[in-house]
Design a protein around this ligand. Sequence first.
Ligand code: PGA
Length: 250
Amino acid sequence: MRTQIVAGNWKMNCNLDETQKLVDALKVKDFSKSDVEVVIAPPYTNLHLAHLSLKDTPIKISAQNINENESGAFTGEISPAMLKSVGVSYVIIGHSERRAIYAETDELLAKKTSTAIKHGFKIMFCIGEVLEERKANKHFDVVKEQLDKGLFHLSAEELKQVVIAYEPVWAIGTGETASPEQAQDIHAYIRKVLAEKYSQDLADEISILYGGSVKPNNAKEIFAKKDVDGGLIGGASLDADSFAQIVASF
Ligand code: PGA
């Protein structure tokens, strides 16, 4: 059985006080009764606080990015070892906002995935098409290419540390979601691509999350689909009640 995961991507939201309030609110939700792996990804400056506040809970801490280098003259960057030292266990790589706004290429993302594996992080690797690609019926080709270039240099053993997040760019922060059927179709396709590249057994082990305007009122329908193993949640993860309702949607 694949791990079901609900991860909150806080993006560039919440100062230290707001982070404390949100983690305190999450702490009392008692996710220990559920089989779902719960992950939150606060901004860099708040990772340590989140880790210390949640260390007696099952909630895991993720960074929203990772640098591909070890250390040195990279002004403004955060090293993988620094992330390790503040209690991070997951890293998000390839979010569409990093690809689009910060021009992160597939080649760079491939380096980041290798670095993350080397440092023992689990990876949430994001893929997904923009609206024009969806309209032109190119979404299958787009995600295949993103997988090929960013991820498929990993060995089968390394791939076991990866969770894939399918996030159609047109559904992120827009209030639009892929229909449960659209999500299922492309998740099944992603699993087929994984099986062709590695093996069916490995493809059946990899969790594939859906992201893009997942809310308490639509999570259940989306998570009910066979190849949807959870969600990467943006906006709705900033409210503890909404996030907990999404976790409870399985
Ligand atoms: P959203 O963001 O839930 O606000 O659409 C999802 C994401 O970007 O991971």
